[in-house]
Ligand binder design. Structure first.
Ligand code: NI
Ligand code: MN
Length: 227
């Protein structure tokens, strides 16, 4: 029993939950943060938070090759089905479902969600995952919002917020998010990929440790930890 979390880089994450591979927001081909090739990635499930290219770029190719079930909002699942992805499960904000690896609830996210071809991608989401006795909250691309406090009441073991600023929360708001969520462990994401989201993640981690009760670690792309 256990969860191994890997920070692929930018907004892309991999979970190994008792041998089931859950890929979040597959962005490999144009991702400056990773050398991993999309055609080498294994997945049993793929979670897609919103429609922006840096979150959906490789979803169709990986889903078709692996047969992984794609979990996303209703609009994005419709878009994927239009491209021949049959194994897809639509949910929406506030709704959860028991998948084979665990319970996934789509959370609020304040952001955009247009798909690369201009299709309306519904509302963007984050993911609250309950699996293997743990709770993980991937905020995905979002601004700070006060309801994060309610997600925190569930008792979060791992919180993964964006810290890049410009497109999402920056370091100051992400620190406020940690104070709302009160997780055991924090790993920052969505920074360092391009100049507009350049951040000093080690300095941010030091602030989290000094100003909150959470532990924090800045994983380099490709690094893993046991949740
Ligand atoms: Ni985005
Ligand atoms: Mn993004």
């Amino acid at each position: 029993m256990g969860i191994k979390y890997t920070y692929v880089g930018h907004g892309t994450h991999m979970l190994d939950i008792d041998g089931q591979k859950v890929l979040i927001d597959p962005f490999f081909t144009s991702n400056p943060s990773t050398d991993v090739a999309a055609d080498s990635v294994e997945a049993d499930f793929i979670l897609v938070s919103h429609g922006h290219f840096d979150h959906v770029e490789d979803v169709v190719s990986i889903a078709k090759r692996t047969g992984a079930k794609v979990i996303s909002n209703f609009e994005i699942v419709n878009w994927l089905q239009g491209q021949g992805i049959e194994n897809a499960h639509p949910q929406h904000i506030g709704g959860g479902f028991n998948h084979e690896f665990g319970y996934v609830k789509l959370t609020i996210a304040h952001h955009g969600s247009a798909l690369p071809d201009g299709t309306y991608g519904g509302n963007p989401a984050g993911f609250l995952i309950t699996a293997a006795g743990k709770k993980l909250y991937f905020a995905c691309d979002t601004a700070l919002f006060l309801e994060m406090q309610l997600y925190g009441e569930e008792g979060i073991d791992l919180f993964v917020p964006p810290i890049g600023d410009n497109f999402t929360m920056g370091p100051d708001d992400a620190l406020k998010a940690v104070k709302l969520v009160k997780p055991k462990l924090v790993v920052p994401s969505h920074y360092g990929t391009w100049p507009p989201v350049a951040q000093d993640a080690e300095a941010w981690v030091a602030r989290v440790k000094a100003e909150t009760d959470a532990d924090a670690v800045a994983l380099k792309p490709g690094e893993s930890l046991d949740v």
